[in-house]
Structure formats: structure tokens, C-alpha cells
Design a protein around this ligand. Sequence first.
Ligand SMILES: NC(=O)c1ccc[n+]([C@@H]2O[C@H](COP(=O)([O-])OP(=O)(O)OC[C@H]3O[C@@H](n4cnc5c(N)ncnc54)[C@H](O)[C@@H]3O)[C@@H](O)[C@H]2O)c1
Length: 378
Amino acid sequence: MPKKLRLGILGGGGDSLIGVLHRVASQINDNYEIVGAVFNPDFKLNKEFAREIDVPLNRIYEDFDTFIEEEMKLPENERIQVCSVLTPNFLHFPMALKLLENGFHVICEKPMTTSLDEAKILQKAHKKAGTVFALTHTYTGYPMVRQMREMIKAGALGKIHKVDAVYYQGWINTIIHDKKKRSSVWRLDPKKAGISSCIGDIGVHAFNMVEYTTGLKVKSILSDFNYLYKDNKMDVDGTVLIRMAEHVKGVIRSSQVATGEENGLAIAIYGEKAAFRWEQENPNFLYVLSDTKPTQVYKPGHAYNSNLSLDGTKLPAGHPEGIFDSMANIYLGTAKAIRGEDYNDGEFPTMTDGVRGMNFIEGTVASHKQGNVWIALD
Ligand SMILES: NC(=O)c1ccc[n+]([C@@H]2O[C@H](COP(=O)([O-])OP(=O)(O)OC[C@H]3O[C@@H](n4cnc5c(N)ncnc54)[C@H](O)[C@@H]3O)[C@@H](O)[C@H]2O)c1
């Protein structure tokens, strides 16, 4: 059997932000071949882009329904096996649902859907399909994030007291103050983005990072949003207090109007024995803080790291790897799962993370709208 999985792509055209990350990541470990796509809703642009990146035109489809119809006519050993959904948010649910109902494996961008109800429907469909579903919370693929998770699991921090996760970007500051500009961005359009901009787009990554690294569940939240303008329906800044247990508390701070910030995702986790500090913009350094010893710095590729972390590096220590590699690790774990090979828990975010994420997004919106009250998550 050929090693490479037949990959389809929906969205992620030449005009997109995230398409290149998925395309490159899918190639890094030699596990996938892109054989079909709807990169763009405009068929002409779709074909032009396929030509540009050398994807054969015979399986570049006019739209998603045609994609499904034509692929289902092919014998199973030729049909696309796994499909990446990289469109704006509102299309994730209908596309992922139909893919699952037709027996495809799915790699889906976050936020998984636009509502918790949709997420639960998708979860049922996934259970019925029995195929693999991966959600691309990209940052969980970094070796040092995986190292934090494994060290916390092994008790390196002792009892955790406090978690502080931040995701600050500034790009909406250049858009939000001009009425015309702000109505042209899909992330600020509830019909395309769902009920939240800042929390839905980036706060949810920070939330996932908190649960992924600590292994704890956020039980309740209280949020305060900023919309900046009365006619803007979408949060562009949100601070969320989180409670994970009676004595484990924290905060998720997220903003798209943190002027000058680029992709500032960072997490600090404080425990009775030690603390971790990690920043996405310098992903190869994991700081371990102590009350009694000098600060230690863990780096990828060294034998002292966990298997989960080492599985995510390809070159010897000192050869910096970055966001393409992080996403590639998610694609790698997904490929193992599709082939029925052994893989570690934590190699890729799952349907459960998607449902949790939607629970969080809806909870933060409800908390803000009800006057900044505590809301319990499921
Ligand atoms: N994991 C991450 O870190 C990360 C980062 C950025 C974006 N994202 C997510 O990725 C998704 C896409 O974001 P983006 O910034 O790339 O958006 P974008 O607007 O830059 O690109 C969207 C792409 O989808 C295509 N598209 C739109 N409608 C389509 C349709 N009906 N059929 C096929 N293609 C269609 C567009 O032509 C475009 O190529 C969003 O859900 C976003 O939340 C995730």
C-alpha cells in the first residue's frame, strides 16, 4: 500500500492566511499527497491556484457538493481519504459534517463550529463515522508545549495554583477605527465568524493551551469584553477569569487590538514546586522557575525531553524548528491514527477539544452579556 495518504483541501487558497501552513505541514513528514481541492469558491481562481502549486486539475472541483459527489464515485483505493477544512468558520460545520457522513477522515481548523449545538451534532456524527477527526490547535504541536504537558503529568510542578495564558495580537487596531474597513473583514462578521471574534479566533487557542498543558479542565469562567464601537457586534478584546478547581485559578487574556503585538501567545503555570513559562514567538525555550534554584531552560531535541516532545523534532538540538513543524506534528499524529498505528495521547487535538472550545466561546459570550457573571462549563 502506498505510504502517502490522499489529502483533499477545502479553502486555503492563494489568497488565504492559513493555506500555506497546512500545505507545507502536510508535506514535512512525507505522509500526505494533495490530490484534490476546492481552494476557492471562484472556480477560475481555484483552478489558477491549483495550476500554480502543481495540483492536477482533474480533481479540482467547482464547489464542495461537487467534491463529495465526484469523490464518492471513485473506487475507495483512489478516493481522497482525509480532508482539511480551512475555510472561514461558518463553513467548518456543514463541510466537516458531510465529510464525516461520507466516511472521510477530517482535519479541521478552529473554532470547530459556530455554536456548541453544532459541535455536539458533529461529535455524534464523528462517533457514528468512526473515522479520525483532528482539530488544528497548531500550538500544541510545539515540542516544548508537549514537554510542559508531559512534565506536569509527571508531577514536576506539584499542585498547580495559578495559570496565566495570554494571546495578544494588534492587527484589528489598523481596521476597527474605520467603519468601512471593519465591515469588510469576515472575522468581524457574525454570519461568517460566529458569535465571537477575539475569543473565537485566538482566546480559544489560549483556552486549549491551558487544558492541554495542565491536564485540568476549566470548570467556570467570568468574562469582560471590549467591542470598542457600538455598531461593532464582535468582541475584539476579552479577559476571562477561569476556575479549574477550588484552589486552582487563573486568567486568559486575549486581544486583537493590543497595538503592535504580533502573535503573542504565551502561558505561565505556577505550582507549589516550580513554574513553567513559554512563549509562542520564542517556541524553543521552555523556562522552569523555582523559588530555590536558578531558572532552567529546556530546549527541543535533547534526550532529557519526553517521547512526546522528541517525537516532534526532526533535527538534532540547536536546529530551530517553528510553526510549520508544529503543524506538521499534528499532521503526523493524525496520519498515524488514520493508518491505525500507535500514537501518543496529545499528538493532535480531537473532537473533544473542539466541543470544549465551543463551550468556552459560548460561555464567555454569555458571561459578558449577562453582566460579567460566572458561567459553568459542561
Ligand atoms: N490554527 C491556527 O493557528 C489558525 C490561524 C489562522 C486561521 N485559522 C483558521 O483557519 C480558517 C481560515 O482562516 P484564514 O485566515 O486562512 O482565512 P482567509 O480569509 O485568509 O482564507 C479563507 C480561504 O477560504 C476560501 N473559501 C471561502 N469560502 C470558500 C468555499 N465556499 N469553498 C472553498 N473555499 C472557500 C477563500 O477563498 C480563502 O482561500 C479560519 O477558521 C481560522 O479561524 C487558524
